[in-house]
Design a protein around this ligand. Sequence first.
Ligand code: HEC
Length: 98
Amino acid sequence: MNRFRLCNLALWLVLGLAVLGMVVSVAWADADKKPAKKKLTGQELYAINCNRCHTERYPTERTPAQWKTIVTHMRVRANLPADQAKAILKYLQEDAGK
Ligand code: HEC
């Protein structure tokens, strides 16, 4: 094997390793940023957010109309995004009192 061919071989080897390293590191980074994103239910959101300042009220303690007013008011206090407030309201109204 002459020197030129040896040099050529070494070059391809280095290049191959570099590409392999890139593929592996990309695959690793991908595996890292995949925390299972679970969507919380209204009940879970209620338990997490609505007992920080006072105890939770049972859904049956208020009527659906009262819950609407309460969540509109408390959403601001709890600083909740619209979709979470909606999920909480749905949960409370489904189990609300008459
Ligand atoms: C940052 C604190 C805070 C958070 C978070 C909070 N509340 Fe309140 N809540 C209050 C305060 C203070 C009152 C007293 C009345 C008022 O300020 O209007 C109250 C009153 C209430 C009342 C009427 C009083 C009672 O005990 O029956 C209900 C029902 C209620 N909150 C439900 C909720 C719900 C549902 C959530 C979640 C979306 C929530 N709260 C989150 C502070 C909070």
